[in-house]
Design a protein. Sequence first.
Length: 317
Amino acid sequence: MRSYLDFEKPVAELEAKVEELKAIGENRDAVSITDDISRLEAKASDALRDLYGKLTPWQKTLVARHPQRPHFVDYCAGLITDFTPLAGDRKFAEDEAIVGGFGRFRGQAVCVMGQEKGHNTETRIRHNFGMARPEGYRKAVRLMELADRFELPVLSFVDTAGAYPGIEAEERGQAEAIARSTEMQLSLGVPNVSLVIGEGGSGGAIAIATANKVLMLEHAIYSVISPEGAASILWRDAGKAQDAATNMKITAQDLLRLGIIDGIVTEPMGGAHRDPQAAIEAAGNAIEEALTDLGNMGPAELRDHRAEKFLNIGRKL
C-alpha cells in the first residue's frame, strides 16, 4: 500500500478516487467508466508533476526520508551480481548499519558498501536506522584496504541521519573511526564513486562519501547536520526545522550549484519510492558513466583529482 506525505494529500485524494472507480468498473453490471478513470489519472499525474516541480527544501527532506524509498540493500540487489558480504572490523564487532562486500557491477569487479536503514521494525533495529558505530567505519576501512590492494573500484551508497551518537560509540572512538575512513578514501589509488540515495548526514555520511565523484538522487539531501538539529542549536526550537532546511542549502540542486557534488540522478516522477526499479536503473547508469570518466586515471592522478576536488570547495564562491 502506497504511503503519502502530508503535502501529497491532493494527489492522494485523486488517486483514491481512481482506485474507487476501478473497483466499481470491475463489476460487470456497472456502466463503463473508462473515460472518467483516464481523466482522473491524467489529473492526478498533472498534480503530481506540478507538486514535485516546486518542492521546498523541507518537502525534499521528507521525500528523502520516505519509508518506502529504496534503501542500500535494494540498490545492491538491483545493481550488484555475485555479491559477497564481509562482516566485522577485526577489532571489536560487526556493525550492520554499514553493509559491504565485493561483487560485480555490470560485469566489473567492485567493492561496494552502504548505510542501510531497514524497511520494518525488525530490520531498522538490526541496522540501527543506518547510524553506524565506530566498528562500522572500521569495517569500511577494511573493505577499502582490500579494494585498493586488488585494484577494485569502490562504490558507496549514503543514507544516514548521522553516525550513532551513543556513549559507547564515543568511548570506542567514533570521531577517530570516521576520520580514518575519510583518510582511507582520500588515499585510495582506485576510483571511488559515492551516491547519496536518501539522507547524507554529518560526518556519518562524509566518512564514506569522500569520493572522486559524488552524486545525489534528485530528492536526496546532504548536510553537516539535520534540519532539526540545526534548529535546536540556532533557535533552541526543533520546530523551526523548515527554516533551517531552507537556509542550509541541503538539496541536490543547491549543492550542485555550489560545487559540493558532481551530478544529480533524476528520480521517477513523485520520487524514487513510486518506481524503485527505475530509480535503481538510473542510479546504475550514472555510476557507470562516472566510472568511465575515471577509468583512464592512474593511482596518483586519482588521489590528486580527489584532493583537488575537496580543497576547491568554497573557493569559487
